[in-house]
Write a protein that binds this ligand. Structure first.
Ligand SMILES: Cc1cc2nc3c(=O)[nH]c(=O)nc-3n(C[C@H](O)[C@H](O)[C@H](O)COP(=O)(O)OP(=O)(O)OC[C@H]3O[C@@H](n4cnc5c(N)ncnc54)[C@H](O)[C@@H]3O)c2cc1C
Length: 499
C-alpha cells in the first residue's frame, strides 16, 4: 500500500447503513476529518433498506442488554430526530396478539420484560379493544404498545447521511474495503500523531487514525482485517410480501403474533408502512450466502398462511412485490434466539470500534448506538465541538401531500411540478430532479426510487422506470448502457430491441 497517496482522515467509518450513517452524523458534531467507505453505490443498500421499518418500543429484548437499553432510548428520542431530519414517522402503536393459554403466559412475561426495560404504557387488552384498534385483525387478546412507531428506513438512512455530509463528512461509494494495515503515523496533526491505519479499497487507499467498523453482514470480515478473529456472522434471511395501498386501509398499526424466542425473529407479522402499504413477513431462515436476497415459493406460501392467521382479509390480489433482508446474526441455528449487539474497542487494535451483530432493533437503536461510539472515542481522544454544526436537514417536498392551493403555487413557480412521472404514487419531475441532484451524489435508478417513492406503486415502475432512466441520462449526461439499476454491473439497458 502506498501511504503517500492516501488521503488522510481522523476517522474512517466502514459501511453506510443506518448504523454507519448515524455514527457519521453524530461524529460530525466534532472538529474531525471523517470519511465513510461503502462498497455499494448508495446508502442503505443492504440490511438498513431491507427490514420492517418498525420503531420498536423495546419489550422484546432481555433486561440489561444493550439491545434493550438502546432500543428504548432510540424509540423514546425519535420525535426529535425525525423533526431535525424532516423525515416521515408515525407513532402508530402496535399489538402482539395471542390465541391460547400458552400465548397468554408468554404475553404476560413479555409485558413484565417491557416494564422492566422502561417501555411506557404497555397493557394487556381483550378482543373488544383489539377490534377498536385493528378491526380486521384476529386474536383473543393482545399486548398493546402505544410507543411503537413506523418509519421509512430508506429516507431515515439517507437523511442521516445527508446531514452528516452537510456537516463535512465525505462519502465514498463503490469503495469496498479489501485490506487494512497498521501504520506508524508521521503526521503533525495531533489526532493523527499515534499509530494509525491504512485502508485499501477497490478504488484506492485511505489513511486514518480511527476505524469504525459498521460493515453489517461483513463486520466479522473487517474485524479479521484488524486482527480480531473472535466473531462469525451467520446470515439469516427474512422474506416479505408488500401489499398494495388498497389493502392499507385494513390495518393502521403493526400486528404481531406472540414471538417464539428460540426462532431468532419476531414471527411473521403485518406492518403498515409509513406510506400506506402493508408488509407481511419476515420469515426466519439461516442461509449460507450473505448476499442471497432471493424470494422462494416455500416461504411465500408460509407468509400467506401465517399472515392470514392474524389477518384473515389477506388476498393474493393485494401482493405487488416481494423482497428479503438478511439478519447479521452472531448465533447459529442450533443456538437460536438473539445475541446482544457487540460495540467494543479492543486493545489489540487501538483506535478501532467494532459494531457487530447489529440485527433488530438496530434501526431503532442507531442514534443511541452512535452516541455510545462518541463516548468510547472520547475516552481516548479530546473531541472539540464544532461551532457551526447544523443538526437540520430538509427532505424532498412531497407534491402529492400538499393542499391544492400549495400545489398550484408550486406549479406556477416550477413547471416541473406540473409533470407527473410516476402515476401510481403521483411523483413529479421536480421531485425526480431533486433526487437525482441529491447531496450524496448517488446515480442509480433505485437511488431515485428510495428518495421519492417513484416506482414503488401498484405498477412497480412498469410505466415510469424508463422515463426516469431517460431523465437520469439527460441530467447526468450518460449513455443508455451506463444507467445502473442498483448495484455495480446491474445495467438497465444492454442493447436495442429495435431502432
Ligand atoms: C428482516 C429484518 C427486519 C428488521 N426489522 C427491523 C425493524 O423493524 N426495526 C429495527 O429497529 N430493526 C430492524 N431490523 C434490523 C435493522 O435493519 C439492522 O439492525 C440495521 O439495518 C443494521 O444496520 P447496519 O448499518 O449495521 O447494516 P447495513 O445496513 O447492512 O450496513 C452495512 C453496510 O456496510 C457495507 N459494507 C459491507 N462490507 C463492506 C466492505 N468490505 N467495504 C465497504 N462497505 C462494506 C454494506 O454494503 C452496507 O451498506 C431488521 C433486520 C432484518 C434483516
Amino acid at each position: 500500500m502506498d501511504q503517500k497517496k492516501s488521503p488522510e482522515y481522523d476517522v474512517i467509518i466502514i459501511g453506510a447503513g443506518v448504523i454507519g450513517s448515524a455514527i457519521a452524523r453524530e461524529i460530525s458534531r466534532y472538529e474531525l476529518k471523517i470519511g465513510v467507505l461503502e462498497k455499494e453505490l448508495d446508502v442503505c443498500s443492504e440490511t438498513s433498506g431491507r427490514n420492517s421499518g418498525v420503531l420498536h418500543a423495546g419489550f422484546n429484548n432481555e433486561p440489561g442488554s444493550l439491545m434493550a437499553k438502546y432500543c428504548v432510548e432510540g424509540c423514546l428520542g425519535f420525535d426529535k430526530v425525525a423533526e431535525e431530519l424532516d423525515i416521515p414517522f408515525s407513532r402508530t402503536g402496535k399489538i402482539v396478539v395471542g390465541f391460547d393459554a400458552e400465548d397468554k403466559d408468554k404475553l404476560i412475561r413479555l409485558k413484565e420484560q417491557g416494564d422492566q426495560n422502561g417501555v411506557p404504557g404497555l397493557e394487556i387488552i381483550g378482543k373488544e379493544r383489539i377490534k377498536e384498534l385493528a378491526p380486521y385483525v384476529d386474536g383473543e387478546f393482545a399486548m398493546y404498545s402505544p410507543a411503537t412507531g413506523v418509519l421509512n428506513p430508506f429516507i431515515y438512512t439517507i437523511a442521516l447521511a445527508e446531514n452528516a455530509h452537510h456537516n463535512g463528512v465525505d462519502f465514498f461509494f463503490n469503495n469496498e474495503v479489501i485490506a487494512i494495515k497498521h501504520l506508524e503515523n508521521t503526521s503533525k496533526n495531533e489526532i493523527n500523531s499515534e499509530k494509525s491505519y491504512e485502508i485499501k479499497t477497490t478504488q484506492g487507499c485511505y489513511a486514518t487514525k480511527w476505524v469504525i467498523n459498521c460493515a453489517g453482514l461483513n463486520a466479522d470480515k473487517i474485524a479479521r482485517m484488524l486482527g480480531i478473529n473472535d466473531y462469525t456472522i451467520y446470515p439469516c434471511r427474512g422474506e416479505y410480501f408488500i401489499l398494495d395501498k388498497k389493502a392499507g386501509e385494513f390495518l393502521k398499526l403493526p400486528a404481531y403474533p406472540v414471538p417464539n424466542t428460540k426462532e431468532g425473529g419476531l414471527g411473521i407479522h403485518l406492518t403498515p408502512t409509513i406510506d400506506g402499504n402493508i408488509l407481511i413477513g419476515p420469515s426466519t431462515e439461516y442461509i449460507e450466502e450473505r448476499d442471497n436476497y432471493s424470494s422462494t415459493q416455500e416461504i411465500m406460501d408460509l407468509l400467506i398462511k401465517d399472515g392470514g392467521r392474524i389477518f384473515p382479509y389477506l388476498k393474493r390480489e393485494f401482493f405487488i412485490r416481494n423482497f428479503a433482508g438478511i439478519r447479521p446474526k452472531l448465533v447459529n441455528k442450533d443456538v437460536g434466539g438473539y445475541a446482544d449487539f457487540v460495540i467494543e474497542a479492543r486493545e489489540e487494535a487501538p483506535h478501532t470500534i467494532l459494531l457487530i451483530g447489529m440485527e433488530s432493533p438496530g434501526l431503532t437503536s442507531a442514534v443511541p448506538i452512535a452516541r455510545r461510539v462518541i463516548e468510547m472515542m472520547s475516552e481516548k481522544e479530546y473531541l472539540i465541538e464544532k461551532v457551526n454544526y447544523d443538526p437540520y436537514r430538509k427532505g424532498i417536498l412531497c407534491f402529492n401531500e400538499q393542499p391544492l392551493e400549495k400545489k398550484r403555487k408550486l406549479i406556477q413557480q416550477n413547471s416541473n411540478y406540473g409533470e407527473i412521472i410516476c402515476r401510481c404514487e403521483t411523483i413529479t419531475k421536480a421531485e425526480i430532479l431533486e433526487a437525482i441532484h441529491n447531496p450524496l451524489g448517488v446515480e442509480t435508478v433505485i437511488g431515485i426510487k428510495n428518495r421519492t417513492r417513484a416506482m414503488m406503486g401498484r405498477c412497480q415502475g412498469g410505466y415510469c422506470e424508463t422515463r426516469i432512466s431517460e431523465i437520469l441520462m439527460q441530467e447526468k449526461d450518460k449513455p443508455e448502457n451506463e444507467v445502473i439499476y442498483a448495484r455495480q454491473g446491474g445495467k438497465m439497458f444492454v442493447g436495442k430491441v429495435r431502432d
